[in-house]
Design a protein around this ligand. Sequence first.
Ligand code: GLN
Length: 538
Amino acid sequence: MPNTKYVFVTGGVTSSLGKGIISASLANLLQARGLKTTIQKFDPYINVDPGTLNPYEHGECFVTDDGAETDLDLGHYERFLNVRTSQANNVTTGRIYQSVIQKERRGEFLGKTVQVIPHITNEIKARMQQLGETGDYDVVFTEIGGTVGDIESLPYIEAVRQLRWELGPENCVVIHLTLVPYLSAAAELKTKPTQHSVKTLMESGINADVLVCRTEHELSEDIRTKLALFCNVKREAVIQSIDAETIYDVPLLMHEEGLDRVVLDLLSLPNNLEPDLTKWKAFLSKHKNPKNHVRIGLVGKYVELQDSYKSILEAFIHAGAANEVKVEVVSIHSEHLTAENCEVQLKDLHGLLVAPGFGSRGIEGKISAIQYVREHNIPFFGICLGMQMAVIEFARNVVGLTAANSTEMDENTPSPVINLMDEQKEITNKGGTMRLGAWDCELNSASLAHTVYGANQISERHRHRYEFNNAFKEQLTSKGLDATGINPDTGLVEIIEIKSHPWFVGVQYHPEYKSTVLEPHPLFSAFVQACSTYANQN
Ligand code: GLN
């Protein structure tokens, strides 16, 4: 049996404390010391996966190579570790119950009453150890979604308690992330919420080994000692997590606080060598010392909530650093864009990205914006729905198919330049039935995409139902909208470009999912570079 170590990360006091970033930062520090690490997320909600959730609920839905629709924290894991995740890295209560109920129907429980303990907790424990049992990892991190004390988290906390007892504390560490709020009226940091949340965890039989305290102000020595005493942890295991300038500073801040040393100690792993953070620091230095500044518009219908476009925003940070350019992303609500106000809203931008999305709300605004940047030679990057809208705009305004549309928006359009594939027409279930995950794409050797990727064949992740309609390909290409990336198995168009425009690229897939700190996505890098050139010329 592989000797995998487990680190569990729970959260207390409030949600949104950044368990994902703390988990990813610590995993990153252990990786920088030569350990093989991965992170998984257990979400207590009952949806089988977040694929059917509106972005307003939990932000963007992240997609893995194997086509899993997952929590956005998996994006952070990939961006921080530069290691791919998969279906196994995200588990929800819905999935746990689904699999227990399927086993019950198959008669696998031999006439027993099926209960939360032991059946649900056994299923959770099995999933918690699944990646560890592959032998591919030295340390597996498990982030438990939600907040300690929630009814729906209880089976997960109980599973952690049992695993700790079964595997022994030297193989299983619990980190509890809490908030130490500052009361400005009293000019004081308050430890009581943390004490209460640690106590709640104890009521479930778990004594946290490490406390990571989110705070807006430095924790004094007194406060650290007090927290250690009242919360039953060693003084050096009280870690301050102060608000950072960028999430990418967090690994360095956690290292300064000694989080990696404390955890390695608890897991009886060697902690004498320093982590090699050379490349990480080089990225940060470029990110913080830009030589140019670009303003890029991000058009979408969920722009009020930053988390809806998490991977795109992070990909801009990676690409900005690669180009030593500060990317200022200007959020533009697609519903507020009209043919009349495009000029005012877009004229000061150095580039425009039209975001992915579903449904008809705001699409006419997207189309108007695309027309404006196409006609004004402003760099354009369309992703998924953004690419589909670029095809519609070109069909309407260049080819003359004035009523062109996607059948997603208008089932009866006379010119369905984007339509549903035949195999999608039979599907009635919404969950997990889109074209998902990694698909190959062959690049036209004379294309911009080919130059950008420096390859003939690529693989990118998808999440959509509708496709470029090949029945209109001739008409569109003859007027200058080139299909430069094609899926070799299906003939589906994956990339469109306009050669006569300085930088106009639409992709049916989601490049943002594959951008990481150490490997910025080539299309994002090239787009930022084009925007930077445009900024210098204008
Ligand atoms: N709604 C479009 C489709 O399903 C685009 C989806 C997306 O942007 N991810 O094809």
